[in-house]
Ligand binder design. Structure first.
Ligand code: FAD
Length: 532
């Protein structure tokens, strides 16, 4: 195999090693892909993860998941300032640790709506992404310990999923109040609700033995990590893919303070998440040629969609009530959610508020409304938009791999998103102020009965990420698509993407489970292509 590349000269002092497959990024999807490929003992797999070991208390204990935000296990990205958020620059946390988001997240397992996958299949022109097809992959991934449902739920898979034990009483009262406004209360939000118009309940969680996190590192990777055909390097930051003409042959990465290089005889898989997957592509010369040329990066393949189509769910901080008698948070501190439509004519639910078992305000709304310093003295129903129409993008800021990318999130960039979230705030207030909640409410703290321009200002001061950054290297068939239905990067051989960046449109609900699904699907496609 030739290892000459047209992009980067080979430094003379690099370490070299050769594998069959290199997976770049050991996050949610990357752990799944590496595990599934390494199941064949004859296949040599290298997994490169920029973060460190996930076996620390802040990861292992599901109750303290929020303490990872802002820590060394968070990339600590921020959105660029934007007028749509009154000039704010909200943080965009993402996991930087083995297991990625699945090691730091809020542990909700939400598979997405039937319509999400049917529309992906349409975008890809590939029925293998339809809901009926992905259901089989979900069932293979799951070890569901909840109400049995042979059609929809799987048992015996790597990912233990259950219902939180003994949720806070306010969660049950919220179910009663939501049901009273026509949102049916269900036992399992991942069952028929994901084929219907609405539903409320206690979310599924990836927690075992009360408070032990199930991450994709411990579910998928740890059981095979001692195998000699799998090499996992932590603290290994991938900079670019080496190309031999139009073929991906290796990666340049930094490890132990040194520049390294590894080669793959079969394929390279990018699983670095929705911010760094497009960054690696662009630094490899794969992206919009005008942008690459502007930064002096040699163009290997013009692919204008790289870094475009950024999507995230929007979480609003928040609708807050002071507890009549405070209850300490339990389990993952988020034991109630609902799916509903802001407009009955929409095909898919677009709203997904979530209970936060504490006072939850933004850097503007918290002080303005005088939220209590003792956060546990209040509870929040945080409005959430899960079918945003705003689109952002990720752009280069320099031509060194250490230069960060600029994230133009464009939250609330459309009137439709603003309208949907105004409706969502109203709905959350209606539910939170309903008779069923009176035993849990001393008084409403935020936002109160704001209307019109005042409510919109509150929204723009309060909106931020739901932590679900996706869609920046979308799967599809149009000129802005980056991968095809088999997750292969257009125009480049031997290079696939398997992470949240391939979503053409973001799913209805939290995004960890869909990223597991993407990992399972990618592994099937790769194994099929190489007959392994
Ligand atoms: C605080 C928080 C709370 C969340 N709560 C929930 C929740 O409750 N439920 C839910 O479903 N989802 C939740 N999410 C979102 C969910 O975890 C993510 O959508 C999902 O993990 C994304 O998976 P991924 O494979 O696309 O990327 P990631 O899991 O982010 O994996 C990318 C991996 O690549 C690594 N990496 C990045 N750049 C490089 C590089 N250059 N070289 C090598 N490695 C690199 C990263 O360190 C990371 O490990 C949350 C996320 C966060 C951050």
């Amino acid at each position: 195999m030739s290892t000459d590349t047209n992009a980067t000269p080979m430094p003379s002092d690099v370490d070299r090693a050769t594998y069959d497959f290199i997976v770049c990024g050991g996050g949610t999807a990357g752990c799944v892909v590496a595990r599934r490929l390494a199941e064949d003992p004859s296949v040599r797999v290298l997994l490169l993860e920029a973060g460190g070991d996930e076996r620390v208390p802040a990861v292992g204990d599901s109750r303290v998941w929020m303490s990872n935000i802002g820590s060394e296990r968070d990339w600590q990205f921020r959105a660029e300032p934007s007028a749509t958020l009154n000039g704010r620059t909200p943080p965009l946390p993402m996991g930087k640790v083995l297991g990625g988001g699945s090691s730091v997240n809020g542990l909700i397992w939400a598979r997405g709506h039937k319509n999400d996958f049917d529309s992906w299949a349409e975008a890809a022109g590939d029925p293998g992404w339809r809901y009926e097809a992905v259901l089989d992959l979900y069932k293979r991934a799951e070890d569901w310990d909840g109400p049995a449902n042979a059609r929809l739920r799987g048992v015996g898979g790597p990912v233990y999923v259950t219902l939180p034990k003994d949720p806070v009483p306010v969660a049950h009262a919220l179910m009663e109040a939501a049901a009273a406004v026509g949102i049916p209360a269900v036992d399992d939000l991942n069952a028929e609700t994901m084929e219907s118009e609405s539903g409320c309940g206690i979310p599924n969680v990836t927690v075992r033995d009360g408070n032990v996190r199930v991450s994709m590192a411990n579910a998928y990777l740890r059981p095979v990590m001692a195998q000699s055909n799998l090499t996992v390097l932590l603290g290994a930051r991938v900079e670019r893919v080496r190309l031999d003409g139009r073929r991906a042959v290796g990666v340049d990465y930094v490890h132990d303070g040194g520049q390294r290089c590894a080669f793959a005889s079969a394929e390279i898989v990018l699983s670095a998440g929705a911010i760094h997957t497009p960054k690696i592509l662009m630094f490899s010369g794969i992206g919009d040629e005008r942008q690459l040329k502007a930064f002096g990066i040699p163009v290997a393949h013009h692919l204008p969609g790289v870094g475009q189509n950024f999507q995230d769910h929007i979480l609003v901080a928040g609708c807050v009530w002071e507890y009549r008698s405070p209850e300490p948070p339990r389990n993952n501190s988020a034991e109630f959610t609902f799916f509903a439509k802001s407009d009955p004519s929409l095909p898919t639910p677009d709203l997904q508020p979530v209970l936060e078992e504490c006072a939850f305000g933004s850097e503007i709304t918290g002080p303005r409304f005088g939220l209590p310093a003792d956060r546990a003295s209040a509870w929040t129903l945080a409005p959430g938009l899960v079918q945003p129409t705003s689109r952002g993008h990720v752009a280069l800021t320099g031509n060194r791999a250490s230069d960060p990318v600029a994230i133009h999130a464009n939250f609330l960039g459309t009137a439709q998103d603003v309208q949907a979230l105004v409706r969502c705030i109203e709905l959350c207030r209606e539910i939170g102020n309903a008779p069923a909640l009176r035993p849990f409410v001393k008084r409403e703290l935020m936002p109160g009965p704001l209307r019109g321009a005042e409510l919109e200002t509150f929204l723009r001061d309060a909106a931020g990420t739901y932590f679900h950054q996706t869609c920046t290297a979308k799967m599809g068939r149009d000129a802005m698509s980056v991968v095809d239905g088999t997750l292969r990067v257009y125009g480049i051989e031997g290079l696939r993407i398997a992470d949240g960046s391939i979503m053409p449109t973001i799913t209805t609900g939290n995004t960890m489970a869909p990223c597991v699904l993407i990992g399972e699907k990618a592994a099937d496609l790769i194994r099929g292509a190489h007959r392994i």
